[in-house]
Ligand binder design. Structure first.
Ligand SMILES: O=P(O)(O)OC[C@H]1O[C@](O)(CO)[C@@H](O)[C@@H]1O
Length: 247
């Protein structure tokens, strides 16, 4: 695990984008695992900037997203498909047919989870997986639990995640209660993992994930077992690590 300490959100975004950009330059037909949430937005903006400058070509890439709300169609402005389109895909020359997000409208959870695992498998494997992290250490929608999930699964979101997401909806009742998410096993299968974290609200999660015991109660702690993980965190997100003297 390599931890890059950066000053702030802007620096985190530039550094993360440079690692993704290098991956695209080295392997134009790479498979990228992508994430939503507010943290990677600046990373996507930087990638779009480099695309507009003519420095990056997205045309041969395949992408697979971590998760999607169950019950939301892709054109709902809170769906993760919509997020990916508006934050990245609509602004670059990616072939959208090669961009995959779980189908939030599929009601049959067992069917959708099996289908999405096959989609991931058919890509030949993720070269670089981008991750954000929840304040409780969740990755994708893998919430704290008694065991690590291997494959794509249907998750009942925790109250804290529902509360955290409520800011994006008109009322808390509109926040979906279930989501489809890749499992920790899917995430760990990526060749390289890049986790971005910004702000004081992530300090506990970053400390627990990097320096605490490996436990499904902190899903991101599984990353300690992966051989190629890069964490880019700003000083606020690293504040507890600093306080405890581990960095
Ligand atoms: O980047 P944010 O908005 O803090 O979100 C953190 C995490 O929460 C999620 O948005 C899901 O609740 C994840 O996709 C993300 O990694």
């Amino acid at each position: 695990m390599v931890i890059y300490a950066v000053k702030d959100y802007e620096e985190m975004s530039k550094k993360a984008a440079s690692i993704i950009g290098a991956q695209i330059l080295m392997k134009p037909d790479a498979v990228l695992g992508l994430a939503t949430g507010s943290t990677p937005v600046g990373t996507y903006q930087q990638l779009v900037k480099w695309y507009e400058q003519g420095d990056l070509d997205f045309s041969k890439l395949t992408t697979v997203n971590l998760d999607e709300y169950k019950g939301l169609p892709g054109d709902n402005d809170q769906s993760y498909r919509y997020f990916m389109n508006t934050n990245l895909f609509d602004h670059v020359n990616i072939n959208k047919e090669n961009t995959f997000v779980p189908n939030g409208l599929e009601e049959d959870a067992a069917y959708e989870c099996g289908r999405y695992d096959k989609v991931i498998e058919a890509t030949g494997g993720v070269d670089l997986q981008l991750l954000g992290i929840g304040g409780n250490g969740h990755i994708g929608f893998n919430e704290p639990s008694d065991s690590f999930e291997k494959g794509t699964h249907c998750v009942a979101l925790t109250e804290s995640t529902i509360q955290a997401n409520a800011r994006f909806f008109d009322s808390i009742d509109d926040v979906p209660k279930y989501a489809y998410s890749m499992g920790v096993g899917n995430i760990m299968s990526a060749k390289k993992i890049l986790l971005v974290a910004s702000g004081q609200g992530k300090a506990q999660a970053v400390y627990d994930s990097c320096f605490g015991p490996i436990t499904p109660q902190v899903p991101a702690s599984a990353l300690q077992l992966h051989t190629d993980v890069v964490i880019i965190a700003d000083e606020a997100a690293l504040s507890l690590c600093r306080e405890k003297g581990v960095l």
